[in-house]
Write a protein that binds this ligand. Structure first.
Ligand SMILES: *Cc1c(COP(=O)(O)O)cnc(C)c1O
Length: 266
């Protein structure tokens, strides 16, 4: 499968890479699951920018995992930790332990979301020529939609489709990343289809049909669920024919490689 280099993760990395270089760091360290688009993008960006990369990955090493194999090929050092250790990743003790082991590094949080990431994702809308009344975007850690909200005109409404199950903290996380005067947005939590990377045959059928009709590939974790939500809303009459809507394709097509590995084992 030919994969384009792009997607929201590169916007999120842009100003972090600048900051890392300005602070004379030679190494990026980040966190994620074994199929993470963010860890994948960090490995690639590090290679392209001449920075070493370390991925602190939840779970056990699996030599055959194609996402991890790609990261290794970019020169990323992978450090696997169990779930319990991983859940303490934001505690200072864990970071200093990593520093003792690996020396100095620039930390990118899980999913790459921080204020510099939002500075980058603010630029996504600049690539769109028209104004839209309604914008849809996938939301995981919220850094991408925070940038969209910050950059959109006040009359545009932005809807984040949460791809995590029961994440009622997401609205608070997004609020913390944007300035107070934005009220034209909402996170919707009913389209995760069972949880992160969970799927059903309806979703897969939808993605297949969408690609057939529009010649645009969707990934099964993020963009597939966003477009599925949009079409559900059209069917339900929540989106009307005259409405000018924009659905943002945030990338994530590498996710298929891991997805096929996990669920089809081919
Ligand atoms: C990571 C990712 C998202 C979620 O972005 P956040 O900034 O974490 O909300 C959405 N779409 C794709 C394709 C992603 O890889």
């Amino acid at each position: 499968m030919h994969l384009p280099v792009g997607g929201n993760k590169f916007y999120k990395l842009k100003y972090n890479l600048e900051a890392a270089k300005k602070q004379n760091h030679h190494t990026l360290l980040t966190f994620g699951g074994a199929f993470s688009n963010h860890v994948y993008a960090t490995a690639l960006a590090g290679k392209l920018h001449g920075l070493k990369t370390i991925g602190v990955v939840r779970g056990e090493d699996d030599e055959l995992n194609p996402t991890m194999r790609f990261c290794r090929e970019q020169g990323m050092h992978l450090h696997f930790v169990n779930r319990e250790t991983y859940s303490g990743k934001d505690e200072p003790g864990f970071l200093s332990e990593l520093q003792n082991r690996f020396g100095n590094f620039y930390v990118l949080p899980e999913g790459g979301t921080n204020l510099l990431a939002v500075q980058g994702t603010k630029e996504i809308l600049a690539t769109v020529e028209k104004n839209y009344g309604l914008i849809f975007c996938a939301a995981g850690t919220g850094g991408t939609i925070a940038g969209i909200i910050s950059a959109a005109p006040s009359q545009t409404k932005i809807i984040g489709i949460s791809i995590l199950k029961g994440d009622d903290t997401l609205t608070g996380k997004v609020s913390a990343l944007i300035s107070d005067h934005h009220h034209n947005w909402q996170i919707q939590t009913q389209y995760h289809l069972g949880g992160y990377a969970k799927y059903n045959s309806t979703l897969l059928q939808f993605i297949h049909q969408f690609t057939k009709n529009y010649h645009i590939r969707l990934d099964p974790v993020y963009t597939g669920k966003v477009l599925y939500a949009v079409f559900q809303k059209i069917d339900a009459g929540e989106i009307l024919p005259h409405q000018n809507i924009l659905a943002i394709h945030t990338g994530g097509l590498q996710g298929w490689i891991g997805w096929n590995y996990r669920f089809k084992k081919n």
